[in-house]
Design a protein around this ligand. Sequence first.
Ligand SMILES: N[C@@H](CCC(=O)N[C@@H](CS)C(=O)NCC(=O)O)C(=O)O
Length: 232
Amino acid sequence: MLELLQFHPAFGLMNPSPFCMKVEVFLRLAGLPYRCRNGEVPLRMPKRKLPVLRDGDLLVCDSQAILVHLQQRYGAGMPASLKAPETAGELVIRRTLEEHTLFAGLWLRWVDPPAWPQLKEAMFGQFPAPLRWVVPPLVRRKIRRDIWGQGVGRHSREEIVARAKADLDAVVELLGPLPYYAGQEPGALDATVYAFAANMLWAPIDSPLRAHARGQPRLVAYAQRMRERVGA
Ligand SMILES: N[C@@H](CCC(=O)N[C@@H](CS)C(=O)NCC(=O)O)C(=O)O
């Protein structure tokens, strides 16, 4: 059976990592049998990131590579909208979320001082002492360094929030009049957008981005539609 190696679920969401959630959403939309191996450690993975899919002897790293692998190997049994190759427009929307909005969202979760106590409790509150005290600042320091290296972390809070809101507005505008990005039925991009939207809307961490997302009826309706479709 397919195995999804990922972080532990948190926040009442399928996964606090939008990349892990994206893969699980896709697996569900595709109706493929799978089991989750939660609590994996990125450092032990070939590319030192999660998610990873184990398919027999094969380990597939990177959420998009996983989706493409699933489309290529199991596409015959999938609805047309799910196995369609990514269009140029879809790629640009996905890259915006995965390579830019992600870092603003990470900053608002992990670095922004008002969010940190909530995040720490939600992510590490169940850890045994002394890990509960030792691990959070180490993870936070690494994530802060990553966001700085990517570039978003060099902006002020106001600039980061403005950039994330602009991304979200653009992504919502591009949804168009149909229920899903792929049209009448969800496609691979819907797995990505839903994973990001659910994390923005429903993670129990206050942020100006969450308030902005919650103020967008089309986004909220879209996320609810996807939640009903996926069942989580
Ligand atoms: N491009 C990758 C990104 C995956 C990714 O950034 N995963 C993060 C969690 S959201 C991770 O494993 N981080 C661990 C680390 O950087 O050490 C994908 O699409 O799977």
